[in-house]
Design a protein around this ligand. Structure first.
Ligand SMILES: *Cc1c(COP(=O)(O)O)cnc(C)c1O
Length: 484
């Protein structure tokens, strides 16, 4: 037997740690400085090239990290859509703030375990402090509880489990098979379709999701909702949840929350508001009224990794009923520390071992405060309005109706040539812009109607970037032939 050394093979020592973190920090800063000079997206996905590069890493032996780190950064730079680019007018992937990035580093280095309270009281209290702040901005009561999630999909899944547990006494023990009638829930046809996955994995089945058609402003249509609810009762189904979306993913519509709150109360349904990205406007006193009605929600989803510009992996779920999370997720085991009066996070979350996701949100809030966020969010809204104006001046017709900075536009002349043609043309225009590397925009269908979608989400985006994307769209429009 060889003698066991004092230091383990993976212990590279703190000097090496400092050196590597220095290299990594330098690479990240240089990436931020240079990203705007390159294309927003690669011309192709580069799969063959990436796999060939990976063949050099068979892991038979180690290689110096100072060589690997720059290689990885280079590969990431060449082969990926740059969500941190100022002309990424994309899905809700913001440029993370530096405070958030620093928070990631601290969380990884200290690596607190957020399963048991006793393991990480400081980390748990920091997260709860942030959750209470968000709840307060949304107008939810002081007794609101919550948990950090990986993202909005997990937060929405949490909502379904909590709603089922609140509504049906037998659900915890006997699952959906033990329910009196087959349950259904309601969300708009423009809602985020993670609802289908959630229905699948909670055992409700995808069929249990009632996607209610929208009105002309792409908001959940109340008349259709009432009819669907009536039909479900007549068919012996058991509605248990009503979802309002505050900021749809496609067009930024805000469902009529006060009316939905009223119907949910009258019908005895759990009222959940999915404000994954739209919830951020609650940080602005001026814009907060857009979310009127959210304060009546039983539960709310807000993603900090969307408009609050935290690095990926920071969703939140908030629920106004104390104990509702614990009733949904509590388990006691012999190997976990004795339950804490303060509440162990693993008993109020889908997750067990959990990363300290709240720190990056805390650090950004600590640095700029609510006024700093309000200023950024109000600026984004103004830039969105400016973008809509500039596109209108260039003959684009806006097809969505929202004060939020998502602008969906169509070419009215192409629209007149028929649906199929219009779909192909608008898809091709978005693709042309992406291929040009000048900007990233996406094709979208709003209530079936094709359009090009531009969303303002990066704090690096400024007025000049708007001119550039308007130009790129103009070029695409001139290049994509009308009859294909
Ligand atoms: C993004 C989004 C989700 C899903 O959130 P993830 O963080 O991607 O899991 C859910 N609902 C809405 C309205 C969204 O915009």
């Amino acid at each position: 037997m060889t003698e066991i050394q004092e230091r383990g093979p993976l212990d590279a020592g703190s000097e090496e740690g400092a050196r590597l973190l220095g290299i990594a920090a330098d690479l990240v800063v240089r990436h931020a400085e240079g990203v705007a000079d390159g294309p927003v997206a690669p011309a192709q996905p580069g799969t063959a090239w990436i796999r060939e590069w990976l063949d050099g890493y068979d892991f038979h032996a180690g290689r110096p990290a100072e060589e690997t780190l720059p290689e990885v950064m280079d590969v990431l730079r060449r082969w990926g859509v740059h969500t941190t680019h100022p002309r990424y007018f994309g899905l809700f992937n913001p440029t993370p703030t530096w405070w958030g990035v620093a928070g990631e580093l601290l969380a990884a280095g200290v690596n607190p375990q957020l399963a048991a309270y006793s393991h990480a009281p400081a980390a748990v209290e920091i997260e709860r402090h942030v959750l209470r702040f968000l709840a307060d901005r949304l107008g939810l009561p002081a007794t609101t509880e919550g948990s950090f999630t990986v993202g909005g999909a997990e937060a929405n899944q949490t909502a379904v489990v909590v709603a089922l547990t609140r509504r049906f006494g037998s659900y915890a023990e006997h699952g959906v098979a033990g329910l009196p009638g087959r349950p259904v829930f309601y969300a708009s046809a423009e809602s985020h379709l993670a609802w289908l996955k959630i229905a699948h994995l909670t055992g409700l089945g995808r069929e249990a999701v009632r996607l209610i058609p929208v009105d002309s402003a792409h908001r959940l249509d109340l008349t259709r909702l009432r009819a669907a609810h009536r039909a479900d009762l007549d068919a012996g189904r058991t509605p248990f949840l009503l979802v309002g979306t505050a900021g749809t993913t496609g067009g930024g519509a805000i469902d009529p929350l006060p009316e939905l709150a009223e119907l949910a109360r009258a019908w005895g349904l759990h009222f959940h508001v999915d404000a994954a990205w739209g919830g951020a406007v609650s940080l602005s006193d001026r814009l907060r009224p857009l979310l009127a009605g959210i304060e009546r929600a039983d539960s709310v989803t807000v993603d900090a990794h969307k408009w609050l510009s935290a690095p990926m992996g920071a969703g939140t779920f908030l629920v106004r009923h104390p104990g509702a999370l614990a009733r949904s997720f509590r388990v006691t085991t012999a190997y976990m520390p004795a339950p804490e009066a303060a509440g162990d996070p693993y008993t109020t979350s889908v997750q067990w071992s959990r990363r300290f996701a709240g720190l990056k949100v805390f650090l950004a809030l600590a640095a700029v405060g609510q006024p700093g966020y309000a200023a950024q969010i109000e600026r984004d809204v103004e830039l969105g309005a400016l973008l809509a104006d500039r596109l209108a001046e260039h003959g684009w017709r806006r097809v969505n109706d929202t004060p939020l900075p998502v602008v969906c536009v169509a070419d009215p002349d192409v629209g007149a040539l028929g649906h199929e043609h219009s779909v192909r043309w608008h898809d091709a225009v978005a693709e042309h812009v992406v291929h040009s590397g000048q900007a990233w925009v996406s094709p979208v269908r709003l209530a079936g109607r094709p359009a090009v979608r531009l969303c303002l989400i990066s704090h690096r985006t400024g007025p000049r970037d708007l001119e550039d994307v308007v130009l790129a769209l103009g070029k695409a429009r001139a290049s994509v032939s009308v009859v294909r």
